[in-house]
Design a protein around this ligand. Structure first.
Ligand SMILES: *[C@@H]1O[C@H](CO)[C@@H](O)[C@H](O)[C@H]1NC(C)=O
Length: 163
């Protein structure tokens, strides 16, 4: 009674050997979506704060990034941007293409931003029929959903005059 058979013992040993490697899959020091962007020479500011997870196929550049919710803010005080809770596309050095989930409001129309290209110190956002360029300095920090690039922590309410 109570004998451990050889096969039971082997299963026991095997499960101890397998367990650590399956735990190692959830690696906490994997790079963030923001550092991935930087590794492709993009500024972090083209991605709003709040990415909860992402996936990336390094061989093709295919990616998805996930937010808890959709996200809207104004870009440099002019255009309104909207990010869905899931965005996707293909990333390569200096180029994002076949983007889905990112829209810009131009006049009264919401247009999909389908391509973002970094050209030296400029960022070019293309909606297919036309594109707009912005200085890269505008994107050194990630915007926040809601207040975008113009969040002022010290501001409680009302307008703050600045010149
Ligand atoms: C996303 O939602 C989860 C669950 O509600 C929450 O714990 C987490 O803080 C949220 N993340 C962000 C970035 O808002």
């Amino acid at each position: 009674m109570g004998f451990i058979t050889m096969s039971n013992l082997l299963i026991l040993i095997a499960s101890f050997l397998i367990l650590p490697s399956s735990l190692a899959v959830t690696d906490s020091d994997s790079p963030t979506a923001y550092s991935i962007l930087q590794s492709y020479n993009f500024p972090v500011g083209i991605l709003p704060k709040g990415v909860v997870s992402y996936d990336l196929d390094k061989s093709t550049g295919r990616f998805h990034a996930y937010f808890n919710d959709s996200c809207s803010f104004n870009l440099v005080g002019s255009y309104q941007l909207n990010y869905k809770s899931v965005i996707s596309g293909y990333i390569s050095e200096n180029k994002l293409k076949k983007l889905t989930g990112v829209k810009v409001k131009v006049l009264f129309l919401w247009l999909n931003i389908v391509e973002v290209i970094r050209n030296k110190e400029e960022m070019e956002f293309s909606v297919g029929i036309t594109s707009a360029n912005f200085a890269i300095q505008e994107f050194l920090e990630s915007p926040q959903c809601g207040c975008g690039f113009e969040c002022d922590d010290s501001k409680s309410e009302g307008f703050v005059a600045s010149s």
